[in-house]
Design a protein around this ligand. Structure first.
Ligand code: FES
Ligand SMILES: [Fe+2]
Length: 464
């Protein structure tokens, strides 16, 4: 998989030969209007701000390469509109929010939140502009403290992705937003790179989360239906087996399991974070997401809800506001992702076996981009509007001492696969029934694996 090849093998002092930096992979990284990946992204609801960021004044932002203004009008409706006034382009960030929309400060043109013009007060009564012009606007809704917009073709608007993990009883969602001065893809693909968790978060320096992260897992990746890539990483932590099954969905959605290896067994414990990596400009992006808090998820007691919010998260190393000295001595996810260049250059990478998840993610995304360019429907499996969409990410911890006198790699591989197989095959979507049913099914897995059962594989697996 590695790319570099000096015909006769590696060369010493190859700086000169390697000094040219090729172009980035525009098909996957450029997201402005009319670009292939930008058009794919526009076929999905995308978060564009935290509600906390939308105060009394309009919020100026850039999403998918478009300059936008986000506000909440006097009747409580969220609006996402083009920034520049349709009259002569003054920025609506200086506009006045009204009961029913926004009024440009320059000549008072008044827009409703759907972009229709309510008034053009400087125009004489014979003016017909009001009935002829629309201002660019997008449908917007609020969910759990994030504002989402649909920026695609109006006739192709999908249902809102109301995932099961956003509807669990006893789980509190804490919204957050973190800006990254780099392209969206390198931030998103970190989610399918479980190998970095062992090194960056544990072995290379300080233990950033818990010591369990430094245990090397049995890792496998897989794809489902052209719309999901997942990994299952199964670690031995003392007498416990910790199965982490994480998913990403086309194009920029991902969930990760609970962060803390607890002291107790847990079955079908759900996610530590749900997130979308949303492009801003080509070389910047936002993570908008929710940290999840519940008694079960926080058995280790390390999560800190009060630290989750705008440019703030309770996991070490997720933001760029630490002192440079600390960043160098104990770098976190933010430093490694942002430092892969403003847009990572794929042509310069030398991918290894451990990058299989990244390769799969890019391949799946490329196929989705190509199919959207041919005007095919994007890969999507959402429940109808108002219904809950199931997701898979699952954290499971078993009390299962290591077998005497041998490694348990094969046992862990089978356990990991069985967890994936059970969760993906479950047909019950109502969380009130699905959660207890899967807790029970997952509890039975160690006995089956110890008995030598080979799991039914519901999807394609690739092993490290
Ligand atoms: S530029 Fe906005 S009303 Fe004239
Ligand atoms: Fe990480």
């Amino acid at each position: 998989m590695a790319q570099q090849n000096f015909e006769t093998g590696p060369k010493p002092f190859a700086g000169y030969q390697l000094s040219k930096v090729p172009a980035s992979d525009d098909t996957l990284t450029r997201v402005g209007p009319g670009t292939p990946c930008g058009e794919l992204m526009r076929r999905y609801w995308q978060p564009v701000a935290m509600t906390k960021m939308v105060k009394d004044r309009p919020l100026r932002t850039v999403i998918l390469g478009e300059e936008l203004v986000v506000f909440r009008d006097g009747s409580g409706r969220y609006a996402v509109m083009h920034l520049h006034c349709s009259h002569r382009g003054a920025s609506l960030e200086y506009g006045r929010v009204t009961q029913h929309g926004i009024q440009c400060c320059y000549h008072g043109w008044h827009y409703d939140i759907d972009g229709r013009i309510r008034e053009t007060p400087g125009e004489p009564s014979r003016s017909t502009i009001k009935g002829e012009i629309s201002h660019g606007a997008y449908p917007a809704i609020e969910r759990h403290g994030l504002v989402f917009a649909y920026m695609g073709p109006p006739d192709k608007r999908p249902p809102f992705p109301d995932f099961d993990t956003l509807n669990l009883p006893d789980v509190e969602l804490a919204p957050y937003a973190i800006h990254h001065p780099c392209n969206w893809l390198q931030v998103h693909e970190n989610l399918m790179d479980p190998v970095h968790a062992v090194f960056l978060h544990a072995k290379m320096g300080n233990v950033q989360f818990t010591a369990a992260w430094g245990e090397e897992p049995v890792t496998e990746w897989g794809e489902i239906d052209g719309r999901a890539v997942f990994y299952v990483a199964t670690r031995r932590v003392g007498s416990k087996v910790w199965v982490r099954f994480n998913e990403v969905l086309v194009p920029n959605f991902g969930q990760v399991g609970g962060f803390w290896a607890g002291a107790d067994e847990v079955m079908f414990s759900r996610v530590g974070a749900t997130r979308w990596t949303v492009p801003g400009e080509d070389n910047s992006c936002w993570i908008f997401g929710y940290r999840h808090f519940s008694e079960e998820l926080e058995r280790g007691g390390a999560g800190k809800k009060e630290l989750v919010g705008y440019e703030s998260q309770d996991m070490y190393g997720q933001t760029g506001d630490r002192a440079y000295e600390e960043m160098q001595s104990n770098p976190g996810d933010w430093e490694v992702m942002v430092s892969q260049r403003p847009t990572a250059v794929h042509a310069l990478e030398n991918l290894g076996h451990s990058d299989l998840g990244v390769s799969m993610l890019r391949g799946q995304l490329r196929r989705a981009v190509e199919s959207a360019s041919r005007d095919q429907p994007p890969p999507l499996a959402l429940a109808p509007e108002g219904k809950i969409t199931p997701s898979w990410t699952t954290n499971t911890i078993y009390e299962l001492p290591a077998p005497a006198g041998g490694d348990d790699l094969d046992l862990r591989r089978r356990i990991g696969r069985m967890v994936v197989a059970e969760v993906v095959a479950a047909k019950e979507f109502d969380p009130a029934k699905r959660v207890p049913a899967l807790k029970e099914a997952l509890a039975g897995i160690p006995a089956r694996a110890l008995g030598g059962e080979e799991p039914a594989v519901p999807c394609r697996f690739v092993s490290l």
